[in-house]
Design a protein. Structure first.
Length: 570
């Protein structure tokens, strides 16, 4: 029986290898026809306004010069004046097609996932006419990772096939149906060159310096400050290509961004960042705070969630500790008392409070327990109230103990970036928890197994997190795990953990942070942006998702500043 099973498995493995090899051979990139294709694109206001084939990168022709002059004379359709008030000249960007391959155009979802985000586009040929859709066009129109939406896991993958077909149909001057049924469509691999903008040296774990990290953190802070109105409200969600503010707001993320601004103001002693911090904090204090029973809390609805109060506490404590405004101390203390009143005897928190009924609601959501525990460790720094530290200790013991007691708990982890910051805070405060340190070390080892290495993907993913080479890694999970990794590194140093563990954690952190720095808009692909100055310093959702949310900058910037503290002087 065993022999028969072994033969079946061997036959399956051989058959699978043959099929995979055939697919790789079928879809392998080949030199394009003609052998070298270079497309000179003329961009204005984040839009492609002309495209001229040339024979080499940097080549200028009469046709290209006419296109540049025409684009520079008038703004692109829908372009608004840049925030700087200065007119922008047209940008010329060369896209070299380095390879072509076959592609399955049906079904549409397979077509979409066959393109490497940010690297691949398509060429279509029909009745002697040729049309291209390049990666820069898809980036400008945010056409990657918009094909198939997997709602159950909150993931969207694959290129926007209807968008690609519509662009091809417009350029081939045929109905969209003719593109899908009659045209020859092939995948192309494209390399971008901007002659007037030489790329800087690639940031890696080995080349990253303190000066780079400090500058990146302050650029992220200035991005948040520039987007704040006089009331203190941030531009919460921005679409970078057209610099359009999108709907929505969130008090916990407002509080987190305020905390980061306070960190950056303390680091830089910059008056503009200090003023922005106070504007954001005053809005949180005057518009966000309400009564929750005997205490004050942060809420907008009849039912308050403790995450908003927790991160507001963290922000107000940082404002006091950094010497920005000591008047926030009693407010932070009252918020800390509210959080303590929400704690159960076992250390867990009740995550909601019914303001009308004046009672807690014993439900739990992701993040809130860690945020509340962190708020109490930070509150203890300015209160010296042993109840704050005791509450944080009991919450941490619950999170890494009974709350995580299930079969397989050593092989699966949740979102623990707040947990490990609490662990490090308590260790620095003379109350180490060896079980929590062990928990965080295991979580970091788990993260190392998921960390991409150079060459794992056709995208620039070194240092990011993922389990496959297909899904585009998100930047913010990497940044938030950096916050936890740096905190764990600090605790490891204090606890005398073997040097090999510390070195592995240090390299892991550096590789992750280098990934974040490489994808920060400093300045980013400016020809794709309507107003590059407005988004300078921002952190995108992913290498191909150019939506900018305030917590993206907060997590990345807080991780950078914490790393500067833990890594010590350069």
């Amino acid at each position: 029986m065993r022999g028969r099973l072994a033969r079946v498995l061997l036959a399956y493995a051989v058959g699978l290898a043959i099929v995979c090899a055939a697919i790789v051979r079928l879809l392998a990139l080949q030199p394009p026809e003609p052998r070298v294709v270079v497309l000179a694109g003329v961009w204005r206001g984040g839009q492609l306004v002309a495209r001229v084939p040339v024979s080499a990168v940097g080549e200028r022709s009469a046709e290209l010069d006419r296109a540049i002059a025409s684009a520079s004379a008038a703004p692109a359709s829908g372009e608004e004046a840049p925030s700087s008030g200065e007119a922008r000249a047209a940008d010329v960007v060369y896209e070299t097609i380095s390879g072509e391959s076959r592609i399955a155009t049906q079904p549409a979802w397979l077509f979409g996932i066959s393109l490497v985000p940010g690297r691949d586009g398509v060429v279509a040929r029909l009745e002697g006419r040729t049309a291209y859709v390049t990666p820069d066009e898809l980036l400008a129109r945010q056409g990657y990772d918009k094909g198939t939406n997997l709602e159950s896991i909150g993931l969207s993958i694959g290129a926007d096939v209807p968008l690609i077909v519509a662009l091809l149909a417009e350029r081939l001057q045929v109905p969209a149906r003719d593109v899908t049924e009659r045209a020859s469509i092939r995948r192309i691999r494209v390399e971008r060159t901007v002659p007037d903008r030489a790329p800087g040296p690639r940031i890696t774990a080995e080349t990253m310096t303190h000066a780079m990290v400090r500058e990146a953190a302050l650029d992220a802070a200035h991005y948040l400050a520039r987007g704040m109105n006089e009331e203190g409200r941030f531009r919460y969600l921005v679409n970078a290509p057209d610099n359009r503010s999108l709907a929505g707001y969130d008090w916990p993320r407002h509080a987190g961004a305020t905390y980061f601004l306070a960190q950056a103001a303390a680091l830089s002693q910059d008056a503009d960042l200090r003023y922005a911090t106070l504007r954001a904090a005053s809005l949180l204090r005057d518009r966000g705070m309400v009564t929750c029973g005997e205490h004050r809390c942060v809420a907008q609805d009849p039912v308050a969630e403790i995450g908003s109060s927790a991160l507001a506490t963290v922000a107000f404590v940082e404002i006091v500790r950094s010497g920005i405004d000591a008047s926030y101390r009693p407010i932070a203390m009252d918020l800390a008392r509210f959080l303590r009143s929400q704690q159960r005897p076992d250390g867990e928190f009740m995550h909601q409070y019914d303001r009308a009924a004046r009672r807690p609601i014993d439900v739990q959501f992701v993040y809130f327990t860690g945020e509340a525990a962190l708020a109490l460790t930070r509150a203890h720094r300015i209160s010296d109230d042993p109840e704050d530290r005791d509450a944080a200790q009991r919450a941490l013991a619950h999170v890494v103990g009974p709350a995580w007691n299930f079969f397989g708990n050593r092989y699966y982890f949740g979102e623990e970036h707040w947990t490990c910051q609490v662990m490090a805070d308590l260790a620095a405060d003379g109350a180490p928890n060896p079980d929590a340190l062990d928990f965080c070390l295991r979580w970091q080892r788990f993260g190392r197994r998921l960390q991409h290495r150079e060459g794992d993907s056709a995208q620039d993913t070194d240092g990011s997190l993922g389990m496959d080479p297909v899904v585009t890694p998100r930047v913010t999970p990497v940044a938030s795990r950096c916050e936890a990794a740096v905190a764990t590194l600090d605790a490891v140093t204090r606890a005398g953990i073997p040097e090999a563990e510390r070195r592995a954690l240090d390299l892991q952190t550096r590789r992750a942070m280098a990934f974040v720095l490489r994808h920060q808009f400093r300045p980013g692909p400016t020809h794709l942006f309507a107003d590059p100055e407005a988004v300078h310093g921002a952190i995108p959702g992913s290498p191909v998702d150019f939506q900018l949310r305030i917590d993206y900058a907060q997590h990345a910037g807080s991780a950078m500043i914490r790393w500067l503290e833990v890594a010590g002087p350069p």
